[in-house]
Design a protein around this ligand. Structure first.
Ligand SMILES: [Zn+2]
Length: 618
């Protein structure tokens, strides 16, 4: 009898567009993914993901094999039962996952896991496991466990999440420029009087560089560095003395990985980062210096000593997050791709080191780069003009190549007996018709607001929440409830659903809502229980942003909301495109079936028998 495999690598990609990824593999651009999953494995063409088509709930669904309602993370920002209906909590902490994960289940039989940047795995739950990051979507970023107030601006439906989002340990990316750019720090060049150790023949100018600590978790003591420009190069120094140079850069050049100490609210701490001289005109009129996130060198691994063991020549243990800078004109597409590469390169180096040097059975990771990319450039990729589209297609290919390289690095740690899987939490699509559920509820008379545009609870029957939920303000259940439970509740449910189906978008004349269900009817799409709206809705592919409220089968332009699920390894068929429908919650039960590992306690997914060469395991 053949031994069952006992090693599994799961590589998670956030928001790849499955048919585009498949085509790039098929065309030979992504040799590792093509070999593993198209030539030697099974690729599921119709992989569905739970609604909402969003990040935290679906990564937790993958790790547990359970539907989001079962694990009680039902959106990105989750309404906690009993809270005011315009408050939310980010569902990104390990304690938010109220179902057993595969790494907890297998730990009970002594199997060891390595978790790399996998959402909702921090703080670590299994003592005898290796965990890097997992407190948000990137290493060195931390979701905020605060109550967030939504629905500030109902008119244009710009839901501002207050302090929403994650914080970087020390600082997010920063730009220092002689020109004005959104969010950038303006610097001014002057004659370098008082500088130490000046040399060289050319005329020199200097500027002060007061470091910007934006989006930081730690308090940071102010620091001013100094820039000297001479002979077409910028020398970044700690003091106005060339002997304190940190790096010297020509236009277009990246620094190597730099480590520096900073005074923080928690004492002297080390940060790693890189800098790029994006622009330097000969007269220094135009100057742009980009600094990546300042990533802490420790504090994001379990065990804590592990961080110091991992070396990466090129990579950074922090967020790529380069696309906001691209949007603000800080830098071009290439720089955004390069910054994303630093993140992927670190993952590859960390994975290679851990898989080689630590005992493991399960390696589970998540890389966020496709999601960052499509939020930034999905619209440009959908441009009907091939010439205008071209640079964006090149950037997209570069991101996927970076991922392919990362996969090659990771899979070097696998042998013939290892099962390797690739999976995603949802797809993505271009931005289309404006959509705002609370605007629709205001127009329908369900939601009322006062002059300050705050919710007027005395007249509000229902509030839209997160991506797909509408909560009715129920007396006795919700803090400001006005709707009686029972008959009135059911009537309001029906009125909302009727209004949603009747509603026509004033701009396009189309109906944005393609599905609206009473909560009790939503069980058939896996939504039930206290963490789900009293009405659940979904929009079509021709409305709203890249993902979230759309059905998992939605398609629009270049976009497709379906997930990626592919497998290779012992007992997996080779070179097969699977036509049956699979769900991302099926991966973990299928792996447990193949390995004989314990199935997580609340797993609901099915075994994908049709992917196996011999499905009747004895
Ligand atoms: Zn996602």
């Amino acid at each position: 009898m053949q031994r069952k495999p006992d090693k599994v690598i799961i590589i998670g990609l956030d928001a790849p567009i499955a048919p585009r990824l498949y085509r790039l593999c098929k065309e030979g651009h992504l040799p590792t993914l093509n070999r593993l999953f198209l030539e030697q494995g099974v690729w599921a063409r119709h992989c569905l993901v739970p609604l909402p088509t969003i990040t935290p709930s679906n990564w937790a669904a993958i790790a547990t094999g359970a539907w989001p309602s079962t694990l009680e993370i039902t959106d990105f920002n989750v309404h906690v039962p009993g809270d005011e209906l315009n408050k939310a909590h980010q569902g990104l902490f390990s304690d938010d996952v109220h179902a057993e994960t595969i790494y907890e289940a297998i730990a009970k039989v002594g199997k060891k896991s390595i978790l790399l940047n996998y959402p909702s795995t921090w703080p670590p739950k299994v003592e005898d496991s290796i965990v890097l990051g997992g407190a948000s979507i990137a290493l060195n970023t931390w979701a905020q466990n605060v109550q967030l107030t939504t629905i500030h601006q109902l008119e244009d439906e710009v839901i501002t999440w207050g302090q929403a989002g994650s914080l970087v340990t020390y600082a997010g990316p920063a730009l220092y420029s002689t020109q004005l750019y959104p969010g950038a720090t303006v610097i001014k060049f002057y004659q370098p009087g008082g500088w130490g150790n000046l040399s060289g023949q050319g005329k020199a100018v200097a500027a002060q560089m007061p470091l910007q600590f934006r989006g930081n978790l730690y308090q940071m003591e102010p620091v001013t560095w100094h820039i000297l420009v001479q002979e077409g190069k910028a020398i970044v120094c700690e003091k106005n003395d060339v002997a304190t140079a940190i790096t010297t850069l020509a236009e277009g050049q990246w620094s190597p990985v730099i480590t520096k100490e900073f005074r923080t609210g928690k004492g002297l701490r080390k940060a790693v980062f890189r800098m790029k001289l994006v622009e330097l005109s000969p007269d220094t009129e135009r100057f742009r210096l980009l600094v990546t996130s300042l990533a802490a060198t420790e504090g994001w691994t379990h065990p804590p000593s592990l961080a110091a063991e991992i070396k990466s020549a090129e990579g950074l243990p922090g967020p790529g997050l380069s696309w906001a800078g691209h949007r603000y004109g800080w830098h071009g597409l290439n720089t955004a791709v390069e910054m994303q590469y630093f993140e992927d390169a670190f993952f590859a180096d960390a994975a290679a080191y851990l898989l080689k040097n630590k005992p493991w059975n399960l390696f589970l990771m998540h890389a966020h780069s496709p999601d960052h990319m499509y939020h930034a450039i999905a619209d440009a990729l959908d441009n009907p003009d091939p010439e205008k589209r071209k640079p964006y297609e090149e950037a997209e290919l570069a991101i996927y190549k970076s991922i392919d390289d990362m996969c090659a690095g990771i899979c070097a740690g696998a042998d013939d007996e290892t099962i390797i899987a690739i999976i995603s939490d949802h797809g993505a699509k271009p931005t289309t018709g404006h959509f705002g559920i609370n605007r629709i509820l205001v127009e329908g008379g369900f939601l009322s607001r006062n002059e300050r545009r705050e919710v007027d609870w005395s007249k509000t029957k229902a509030v839209g929440h997160g991506s797909v939920h509408i909560f009715i303000s129920v007396k006795g259940r919700d803090p400001h409830g006005i709707v009686e439970p029972g008959e009135e509740y059911r009537r309001v449910q029906e009125e909302i659903i009727k209004w949603l189906y009747e509603y026509n978008d004033p701009e396009s004349g189309k109906k944005p809502i393609v599905l609206a269900l009473k909560k009790e009817d939503a069980r058939f799409i896996g939504l039930y229980g206290n963490w789900v709206g009293d009405v659940v809705y979904a929009v079509g592919g021709d409305f709203s942003y890249q993902h979230g409220p759309q059905l998992p089968t939605a398609q629009h332009g270049i976009g497709d909301l379906r997930g990626v699920l592919a497998l290779t390894g012992p007992n997996i068929k080779k070179g097969m495109v699977l036509e049956r429908t699979v769900w991302i919650q099926d991966l973990v039960p299928t792996i447990c079936y193949l390995t004989g590992w314990p199935v997580p306690a609340q797993a609901e997914g099915a075994v994908i028998y049709q992917a196996m060469a011999g499905p009747n395991l004895k």
